[in-house]
Design a protein around this ligand. Sequence first.
Ligand code: ASP
Length: 447
Amino acid sequence: MKHGWLNWTIIAALVLGTLFGELVLYAGAEAIGPDHWTRVAGEYVLIRPLKMLIIPLILFSVVSGVCSIGDPSRLGLVGGATVFYYLATMAIAVTIGATLVTLIQPGDLDAETAANLTGQAEAQYQGSSAATRIEAANEGDKDSLGGAWKNILDQLIPTSAFGEMSKGNPLSVIVVSLLLGIALAMGGDKAKPARDFFTSMFDTLMRIVGWVIMLTPIGVFFLMAWTVGSIGLVNLTGPLALYVGTVLTGLLTHGLIVLPVILFIFGRTNPFQYLVQVRRALMTAFATDSSSATMPVTLTETVESGGCSKKASNFVIPLGATVNMDGTALYEAVATVFLFQVFGIDLSMGDLVIVVITATLAAVGAAGIPGAGLVTMVIVIGAVNTSLAGRGVEPLPLYAIGIILGIDRIVDMCRTTVNVWGDAVGAKIMSRIAPDEEYYLKDSAGS
Ligand code: ASP
């Protein structure tokens, strides 16, 4: 979408929101709560309108994307390549995370600091809203590796199409939409009216997305103010600074080196030019902290500014917003190993391999919403604990998560940006396998 002024106003909103949050809201050194008016305003202005569009957009974009690819063998190729891309990049991200946290050892603190952190962890954990979600996730995951698979399978094989839509379960809606799209693509002339209906509805929905995007600067301002006011930038300096630094180093390495190289090789694209083209999606991801809520923006920007094919984006972006989470995978590895380090529990090479595998699965299973990665982390902790129990080592208590709870929102904003960047890179690469006519035109005009 054009509107160059929007980019500048979003950047201004990011900066002004941060200043407002730090100077006005956090001035009393007392963090503001989750019901503060800035958060409520951000919810109403941006988050709720975006969320309202997610499920209908998945349905219409995936069905029309699959229909437009049409030919089942081409569909198989695009689907296979997309899933391979998601898993490969997440595996690379998680390996970067596990390597960095092992090398940097951010949890190797002096005895007093570690005792302080572990002492406060329980109180912070018990009083938090995340604790209920974490306990619930843990209940269902007695056998954690199995739990990770079950979490994914439950979503992949839904019991009721409309039920899943009303529950707002993106992965299940994608499965239903894929089946519907394939059936329509194979339906010949008889199915043409239905195919046209889905394509036309998709274009219509995108018009509404365009209206919501106009609200981004206002929403971003409120959300930034709330985040900064509820955490306070000073808290990023204490004993957790090295942990935050490790996650950020990993995210920067993945986002600015690994993904660009992949895009350059497989997408034949100038990665940094493309990054600038899709920046509106990345800034929205940063401020909303949710790849699902950002999905409508990503879909618009990859096609209209980034020159991706509609065929590829319609399919790759909704799926990616739900399952492709490079930033989350990397973070899960760093955070888990960090917590074990703070509690002085040594992990073997085998334990690290377990972290790498389960963190990838946990990231796939995490929803694209704020704090989802924090909750699915119990899968990783549970799996490592099971392995430790086999060696007679004390497990990590779940309340350890309390240590990183307070600053998680900031870390989450950064990993969500990388999650969305990974989706955008995927869409660009897949555009070469599934080009639109317009894509060819744009491409040859540009070269
Ligand atoms: N907030 C992330 C996202 O929406 C998920 C997470 O890591 O918590 O992509």
